[in-house]
Write a protein of this length. Structure first.
Length: 223
């Protein structure tokens, strides 16, 4: 699994490289210290996954993520944005820019490896419990008010709309299957069909569409 590391802190890149290179099945094929260099390295190496920091010189991680996701030649590249709780406001923006998910910078090594595998396999949005909390917060802050049932969602069946709503809550295919009392394979099929109809790059884009369309509304913060 080919990985590019984009972070302006050399020590952070060194730590991630050491972890990934020590694990069988992973290879760090490039590094970048800013957003401009990140895009250049990704175009030169076409990795499976990019670990992308947000705050970097010359060009930030969000702009770099957008450049990567907008490039047809890089359609197979998945971007995993690195963040901290202090930088939460960037996460929803990263998903809008085409990121497939996000990781907290203090992630445990085993969780980092699992995250890279999950995103490379086409899944998205790691740590569902954190996802639910953060996405709800960012959707609540979004400046544009959602409009209920926009025409774009009319292409979905009732079951597909239900599945998209549950994906937006952070449920995995297995959790979807349990909730809807269907097989995991059927759940995966529903997700794939919804992605195809909505021209969504991955599950992360389904989440963005669900919140921005008003199909799912942010829950009020717990007291």
């Amino acid at each position: 699994m080919r990985v590019v590391l984009a972070d302006d802190q050399a020590l952070v890149r060194a730590g991630f490289r050491m972890l990934l290179d020590a694990e069988e099945g992973f290879a760090v094929v490039g590094e970048a210290a800013d957003g401009v260099e990140a895009v250049e390295v990704v175009r030169a190496t076409t990795p499976d996954v990019v670990l992308m920091d947000v705050r970097m010189p010359r060009q930030d991680g969000l702009a770099a993520t957008r450049a990567i996701s907008d490039d047809p030649a890089l359609a197979g590249v998945r971007v995993l944005v690195l963040t901290t709780f202090e930088l939460d406001e960037y996460v929803f923006g990263a998903l809008r820019c085409g990121a497939s998910g996000f990781l907290l910078k203090d992630v445990e090594p085993v969780d980092l490896l699992r995250a890279v595998r999950v995103v490379a396999d086409g899944e998205a949005l790691l740590a569902p419990s954190v996802t639910r909390r953060l996405i709800s917060e960012f959707a609540a802050r979004a400046p544009a008010a959602p409009t209920p049932a926009p025409p774009r969602l009319d292409v979905l069946t009732e079951r597909e709309r239900e599945v998209v709503a549950l994906v937006a809550e952070g449920l995995s295919n297995r959790e979807l299957a349990e909730r809807l009392v269907i097989s995991p394979a059927t759940a995966k099929t529903h997700v794939s069909r919804a992605m195809g109809k909505l021209d969504a790059r991955d599950r992360a884009q389904l989440v963005v569409l669900a919140y921005e369309s008003g199909l799912v509304t942010p829950r009020p913060p717990a007291a």
